[in-house]
Design a protein around this ligand. Structure first.
Ligand code: DHB
Ligand code: FE
Length: 303
């Protein structure tokens, strides 16, 4: 049976990708950001997922404003990096997992979450930057990735509650896939940021840190935050944080927080990052053994 072992959230600031591509990671401004992901890369290398599901948003790269799906699941065999104006980033092509993706699409749609199935798609910084932060810059990405693009660019985006419940449906889908696969789910975007208008540059560390605390310990406190509150407190692009709730919904209720990092700023954005692990489940004793153990207990009581 496939199983979700952990969730990872991380901002996806495009300038982080540019700093990698232009070899600026050792400059003090960027070292402060990248040093926060050293432990995460070591964790990822140890965790070695078989597949990652990366929840991110497309920034008008794959989908123009002509068609904006609310939830779009990448079911293709591969996803090339998008040209975002400076040519495609020099990162590996993302290999998909069409079998698991098709299984998730079927399970989730029959569960009444009407996803858009995408069989051809390019992926932008929303996906490639978190991949670099967690996997570094290898020649090939070490595992297949299923992209899940969420609309947070055109009103109305999905609610936090809808996102959390979609995460729940993804968990159920993964757990009904027969192959033994260890899956890590990413939620990307955020934290507080606004990139245009009179409030450009807005950052709200208090809101961000409370969000991280609740994401870890009490996500139910987050699911009813209305869009207007994200806008007011975390800036127009702070709405990207609803995607973190898909990741959290895909995990168990109780999780272990294994790592957290927060720094301000990178470009216009507060950078937040958290790693949450599902607790190891005790292997179920086979029914035959359970019956034998129950009989032995009854005998002990009688004698
Ligand atoms: C910035 C951050 C984003 O998440 C994004 O998608 C685009 C720009 C920024 O900080 O500049
Ligand atoms: Fe973004």
């Amino acid at each position: 049976m496939a199983r979700i072992v952990a969730g990872v959230s991380s901002s996806h600031v495009p300038a982080i990708g540019a700093a990698i591509d232009n070899r600026q990671t050792e400059e003090p401004y960027w070292k402060r950001v990248f040093s926060g992901f050293e432990k995460s890369k070591a964790w990822m290398e140890k965790t070695k997922p078989d597949v990652c599901i990366v929840v991110y948003n497309d920034h008008a790269s794959a989908f123009s404003v002509e068609i904006v799906p609310t939830f779009a699941l990448g079911c293709a065999a591969e996803f090339p990096p998008a040209d975002e104006g400076w040519g495609p980033r020099p990162v590996p092509v993302v290999k998909g997992h069409p079998q698991l993706a098709a299984h998730i699409a079927q399970s989730v749609i029959l569960d009444e979450f009407d996803l858009t199935v995408v069989n051809k798609m390019e992926v932008d910084h929303g996906l490639t930057v978190p991949m670099n932060l967690l996997f570094g810059s290898p020649k090939e990405w070490p595992c297949p990735v299923i992209p899940l693009a969420v609309n947070v660019v055109l009103y109305p985006p999905p609610t936090g509650h809808r996102c959390f419940m979609l995460g729940r449906a993804i968990k159920k889908a993964v757990e009904s896939y027969p192959e033994d696969l260890r899956v890590v789910v990413f939620g990307t975007g955020g934290m507080s940021h606004q990139i245009s208008g009179p409030r450009a540059g807005l950052i709200n560390s208090k809101f961000d840190k409370a969000f991280l605390d609740n994401l870890s310990k009490d996500p139910k406190k987050l699911v009813r935050i209305p869009h207007i509150e994200y806008m007011r407190e975390a800036g127009a692009e702070g709405i990207e944080m609803v995607m973190w709730l898909i990741m959290r919904g895909a995990l168990d209720d109780k999780v272990d927080e294994v790592y957290r990092f927060y720094t301000v700023p990178a470009s216009n954005t507060a950078v937040g990052h958290i790693i949450l692990e599902n607790r190891k489940r005790a292997a179920k004793a086979p029914a035959k053994h359970k019956r034998a153990a129950a009989r032995a207990k009854v005998q002990r009581v009688r004698s």
